[in-house]
Design a protein around this ligand. Structure first.
Ligand code: HEM
Length: 450
């Protein structure tokens, strides 16, 4: 598209490179929020000459939906992400992306995901049953670590039909190592073939992940496709190619992508919910009432969420306040106009979901945790795209149903079994990662009725 040179565009202001990096000691999520505030909640802020920060849900929706073809993922975050996840769905583009998404959509649609509800509950119970001894001995434990183990166990069973119990520690290490590569060293990108210290470290991590998945692939190749899960879909694609080296690499990359997606954001989301409940304990009592009121023998169906409206409002409000995948990155393929703003070719665009969810132009008292925003009329009167924790448009998160199922079922199983006591007023320290993930959240449990 050619832009008319005489046309009046809306002004985009923003900090110079040096004032942009001034707040570098902050976690990027808070750094970007600071910039939004400094520039009066403008829809778009230009940071130095290379980064366009998006704070408006209306502009975000245009970029991710109407104008998505004019952007790609070749920005500096996208390149680092690709180095970690290879050809997996999160970074693949064009025809390859379409084929991968088509293959995986049936596994991750509502029906596909909820067909594994029983197994999900079973894995959650395995992890929280270990808390019986914590309850008995009044142990204060780290909920972030437990949520990590829980998310990995569920992922193993549901997506790969495996028991990951003996791999939990290693998976935490490799996924944390891989994802921290994405944020370390930004905004620069050095090609992967150059053997820098961080690249050598990442190569080791990638090898260790392949060592976990290669035997799983071999095992599934021997079986008939009897289970309609992620491993099954990927290995049947591999069979069709006669186990070609190229396709095997794709399958390994996809497995790594999905393991990371199903572990890290889900564990972070749950950890943030526990942290928020520690700060707002009055909601714990209300959750107890709703969850414990479910009749004995309650049967979970795909639509169980409607029977837990208060829990739903707490989960959504937590995801508004802390959208764990806090930013979406794109590169502008052409010079273009969006809502009268000019975005030149080659510029990186960062859609901050955190800023969008905390922008006072769209949310009243945005810093306050208030689940009533997601109840009754409040919910119906707000445009849907003001809340986009899973992104928007055709590259919206494929794991949204899966993530919500694990989060809801975890809350339900924990509240049914335990009275929880999260230590109040803990300082929130966030890991250096592309997600909002607290380092530690401490709390105790006691068995209900004891
Ligand atoms: C609370 C949990 C989660 C949150 C908040 C979340 C958030 C997001 C967001 C915002 C995007 C859009 C990125 C973009 O447009 O560039 C995304 C994409 C993606 N997510 Fe998630 N995610 C979660 C869980 C999961 C799970 C459980 C999986 C897999 C099992 C997963 C796999 C993916 C993949 C593969 C993509 C790329 C999709 C594509 O480009 O077609 N995510 N996620």
């Amino acid at each position: 598209m050619k832009l008319e040179s005489h046309k009046e565009y809306k002004t985009i202001s923003g900090p110079s490179f040096f004032s942009f990096i001034k707040h570098f000691q902050l976690h990027p999520v808070f750094q970007l929020q600071r910039i939004m505030k400094d520039y009066n909640y403008d829809d778009i802020v230009r940071c130095s000459s290379f980064l366009y920060l998006i704070n408006s849900p209306d502009i975000a929706r245009l970029i991710l939906n109407r104008d998505q073809k004019k952007f790609n993922q070749d920005d500096f975050v996208g390149k680092r992400t690709k180095t970690v996840f290879g050809k997996g769905l999160v970074t693949s583009q064009g025809e390859m992306w379409r084929n991968e998404r088509k293959l995986l959509n049936p596994i991750f649609n509502s029906h596909g995901v909820h067909s594994f509800m029983k197994e999900t509950i079973c894995e959650i119970d395995k992890v929280i049953d270990r808390w019986d001894s914590f309850a008995k001995n009044k142990v204060v434990f780290d909920w972030v670590d437990e949520m990590g183990s829980l998310a990995i166990m569920v992922t193993g069973k549901v997506l790969f039909d495996c028991n990951f119990e003996s791999n939990v520690k290693e998976i935490k290490e490799v996924v944390n190592g891989g994802t921290s590569y994405i944020v370390n060293g930004l905004p620069f990108f050095i090609p992967y073939w150059i053997p820098t210290f961080s690249h050598l470290k990442l190569r080791k991590i990638n090898k260790r992940i392949d060592t976990i998945f290669n035997p799983i692939i071999d095992e599934r190749l021997k079986k008939l496709n009897d289970r309609n899960d992620l491993s099954g879909a990927l290995t049947s694609m591999l069979k069709k190619s006669n186990n070609s080296k190229q396709k095997r690499r794709l399958v390994l990359d996809e497995m790594k992508t999905m393991l990371s997606g199903a572990y890290f954001p889900v564990a972070s989301c749950l950890s943030m919910i526990w942290y928020i409940l520690g700060k707002n304990p009055e909601y714990i009592t209300k959750l107890n009432v709703e969850i414990r009121n479910t009749p004995k023998g309650y049967i979970f169906t795909e639509h169980f969420y409607k029977d837990f409206p208060f829990t739903t409002s707490v989960v959504y409000e937590s995801m508004r306040l802390f959208p764990v995948a806090f930013s979406i990155w794109r590169k502008s393929k052409v010079s273009q106009e969006i809502d009268m703003y000019k975005i030149p070719k080659g510029k990186t665009v960062c859609i901050s979901l955190f800023n969008i969810h905390r922008n006072p132009k769209f949310w009243k008292d945005p810093e306050i945790f208030d689940p009533s925003r997601f109840q009754g009329e409040n919910l119906n009167n707000r445009p849907k795209h003001h809340f986009m924790p899973f992104g928007w448009g055709n590259r919206k998160c494929i794991g949204d149903y899966y993530a919500l199922m694990v989060v809801f079922l975890t809350l339900i199983r924990v509240f049914k079994k335990f009275d929880i006591d999260i230590i109040p007023n803990q300082k929130l320290i966030i890991k250096k990662a592309p997600l909002i993930s607290p380092k530690k959240v401490y709390g105790k449990v006691s068995l209900v009725g004891e």
